[in-house]
Design a protein around this ligand. Structure first.
Ligand code: FES
Length: 368
């Protein structure tokens, strides 16, 4: 049976990172996607457009965590919401699509994520947003926030799906385009559209993307920023095309939902870039308390911590979401995936415990 977390279990989580939210409304977006809106807690949930929250569920007696992007804008929408696309055989996404109803409470970790930006009413920017499938979720949150906060900025959204019925937020996007007719342009690209589709069709390859981008230019605006979120193939094409067009990587903000940690680890191992796998003792400082435990050979710091009942925060367990972020105070670690961290976070010594293994004997990490 599926059960939501019991209060006793919730109380086991340390600190103010956790919260219980009551579901206000569930809206079916497409056949395989729902948006779940929550009642505002007291005080209101603080988040930035484009961030995600982590849901924590007890399914078959096992704690399951997944992160889902917020589809709402804190500047506009009275109730925060997440959008969940059903993954084939995905335990949590299917549960959320099938079982969640208004009135239920869900334990969450408070919003996190770097796929966001700051807004200012004086900005004159062009936001080019590339989304695929459920990658639209954080993108629409940012898009709505730009339109309401920056009257002199413009937004172009290139949104890829397989077919018309897969387009999430289709109506909401049409309404926004109508409301902000000179400031928002939505370009749909469908890989398998119906025969009467008149928009872009087929795979969005580099040549098509380049042509599309070159056809939309606003020389009167001061700066162009690019936001990319979607399946791995689209992300790779988009980033390679943008960089190939000479766009500075600092202007390209990415959000990944997928990585293959095992393959990455294997590649690093083959390249001789990993320390020998040994059991090592480490210190983790969590909310001011120090935990000393052994990380057996082959385990990540997060896996070992959880095995020792240390209540370390986590969500994706793939090096993408940063929920498990800590600061390395001493020693060395091998970090297999750092996609969730910014270059400056890495420079400052931040690591992701879910994708890191100790590589020296004096590892000490502080998790704030
Ligand atoms: S749990 Fe998501 S980055 Fe580690």
């Amino acid at each position: 049976m599926f059960n939501l977390f019991k209060k006793k279990k919730e109380d086991n989580h340390i600190g103010d990172k956790y919260l219980s939210l009551k579901v206000r409304e569930v809206i079916k977006e497409t056949d395989d996607t729902v948006s779940i809106y929550f009642e505002q807690p007291e005080p209101f949930l603080e988040y930035k457009p484009g961030q995600y929250l982590t849901v924590i569920l007890d399914i078959h007696g096992k704690e399951e965590r997944r992160s889902y992007s917020l589809c709402t804008s804190p500047y506009l929408d009275p109730h925060p919401g997440i959008t969940v696309k059903r993954v084939d055989k995905g335990l949590v996404s299917n549960y959320l699509n099938n079982q969640i109803r208004a009135g239920k409470s869900i334990e969450i970790m408070k919003p996190m994520g770097n796929f966001t930006c700051n807004f200012h009413s004086k900005n004159k920017k062009h936001f080019v947003m590339l989304a695929g499938g459920s990658g639209i979720t954080p993108v629409i949150s940012i898009l709505k926030s730009v339109l309401i906060n920056e009257p002199n900025s413009k937004v172009t959204l290139i949104y890829c799906n397989r077919s018309e019925d897969q387009i999430i937020f289709k109506k909401a996007l049409e309404q926004l385009e109508e409301k902000y007719e000179n400031r928002l342009m939505v370009i749909h690209n469908l890989s398998k559209p119906s025969s009467n589709w008149t928009g872009l069709k087929g795979r969005l390859d580099a040549a098509k993307l380049k042509n599309t981008l070159e056809s939309i230019r606003y020389p009167e605006l001061d700066q162009t920023m690019y936001f990319v979120c979607g399946p791995e193939g689209l992300m790779e094409t988009a980033v390679a095309t943008l960089e190939g067009m000479g766009i500075d990587s600092k202007s390209i903000i990415k959000e990944s939902f997928y990585t293959d940690l095992d393959a990455k680890e294997e590649a690093l191992k083959t390249a001789g870039k990993l320390a020998p796998e040994l059991s090592r003792e480490i210190d983790v400082v969590l909310e001011g308390e120090t935990f000393h435990f052994e990380v057996p050979a082959g385990k990540t710091i997060l896996e070992a911590g959880l095995d020792h009942d240390v209540d370390m925060p986590y969500s994706c367990q793939s090096g993408l979401c940063t929920a498990c972020r800590g600061k390395l105070i001493s020693g060395k670690v091998d970090m297999i995936e750092d996609a969730g961290l910014s270059a400056s976070e890495i420079e400052q010594g931040y690591i992701l415990c879910c994708s890191s293994k100790p590589a020296s004997s004096d590892v000490k990490i502080i998790i704030e």
